[in-house]
Ligand binder design. Structure first.
Ligand SMILES: Nc1ncnc2c1ncn2[C@@H]1O[C@H](COP(=O)(O)OP(=O)(O)OP(=O)(O)O)[C@@H](O)[C@H]1O
Length: 300
């Protein structure tokens, strides 16, 4: 399969500090690739290397078949890039600003800009400098998507967006994929990337922990679940269910950890009358542990 991004033993050192270490990965044409890691993991460093804003200390980078350093405007025109810190202080109106950027890139017409702005509920007549953080982020998204680039490189794209706009953004990503575009997006939230990504790389302390399909990732993800029943339930019914552990029952409230699918828990719980159900986002830390434990297991 054709690779759109290929990193080979990439290293970026900031003096004695590490940015990324010995990073090798490949993103295939037409896939949505999630790049997941906690703050300071090295996501933005990787992305800045991809778009040649910074240069590697070692290793090699290929983007759309070329070297980002040598690709110039031809390569840039094929990429839509949303920086993690999209800052614009222009006095122009949003529409004028986006038209100006479209002119530089060549490709995006007014109709396309208008259509994206409408979907994201972005006012094209507002002055850029007066926008809220969320609205600035929408400008960043429009400028990344507007010329329908072969490759979208998006650094924390949903940062500052409200949940409704986040869903609109995820639809835009799905449509980009359907149109054959490749998407590389970073995030520190698993649920966000798992909704759209085909594969996910997990990075921590500058190094790759794993690259896996979303299906496998979900199977390893641990979440905490709390079920409140109408009447007390016996703990024995729940302890030992597949994927369920750390079960405690406090009167009508059951708390446990679930790894992978909650199917067994839900089916057992459904035999009682349920008042409430809470399930929290699987913590990235717990996901890392699942991978480290898996690795130890393989090594043992
Ligand atoms: N210009 C720089 N000079 C020195 N150190 C830097 C520089 N940029 C990043 N770093 C360091 O490199 C490491 C990786 O940072 P990076 O911004 O790539 O992480 P990130 O995963 O994008 O995190 P976040 O989600 O917080 O943006 C951090 O320890 C950071 O302090």
């Amino acid at each position: 399969m054709e690779s759109v991004i290929r990193l080979d033993r990439l290293v970026k050192a900031y003096g004695p500090r590490r940015g990324v270490v010995d990073l090798s990965l490949e993103v295939h044409a037409g896939e949505v690739f999630g790049y997941l890691g906690p703050n300071g993991a090295g996501k933005s460093t990787t992305i800045r290397l991809l778009v040649d804003l910074i240069r590697p200390t070692g290793g090699s980078i290929r983007v759309l078949g070329g070297d980002p350093r040598a690709g110039g405007t031809v390569l840039r025109a094929r990429i839509g890039y949303l920086p993690g810190d999209f800052v614009v202080g222009a006095r122009q109106r949003v529409g004028e600003y986006l038209t100006f950027l479209a002119g530089l890139r060549g490709g995006a017409g007014q109709a396309r800009i208008g259509e994206l702005a409408e979907r994201l509920d972005l006012d094209l007549t507002a002055r850029v400098g007066t926008l809220s953080k969320g609205n600035r982020q929408k400008v960043g998204l429009v400028q990344a998507f507007m010329h329908e680039p072969d490759l979208l490189i998006l650094d924390e794209p949903t940062s500052g967006l409200d949940p409704v706009v986040q869903q609109t953004f995820l639809s835009m990503v799905a449509e980009a994929k359907a149109a054959g575009q490749t998407v590389f997006m970073s995030s520190h939230i698993l649920s966000e990337v798992e909704q759209v990504a085909d594969r996910v790389a997990i990075i921590r302390d500058g190094a790759l922990v794993t690259v896996d399909s979303v299906v496998n990732l979900r199977a390893r993800a641990v979440r905490r679940v709390q079920v409140t029943f109408a009447t007390p339930v016996p703990v024995s019914e729940f302890a030992g269910l597949p994927g369920v552990d750390s079960v405690t029952v406090d009167g009508p409230v059951l708390r446990c950890r679930v790894t992978g699918s909650p199917d067994a828990l839900i089916k057992t719980a459904a035999q009682h009358s349920i008042v409430d159900l809470l399930s929290d986002e699987p913590a990235l830390e717990e996901l890392f542990l699942a991978y480290y434990e898996g690795r130890d297991h393989v090594a043992a």
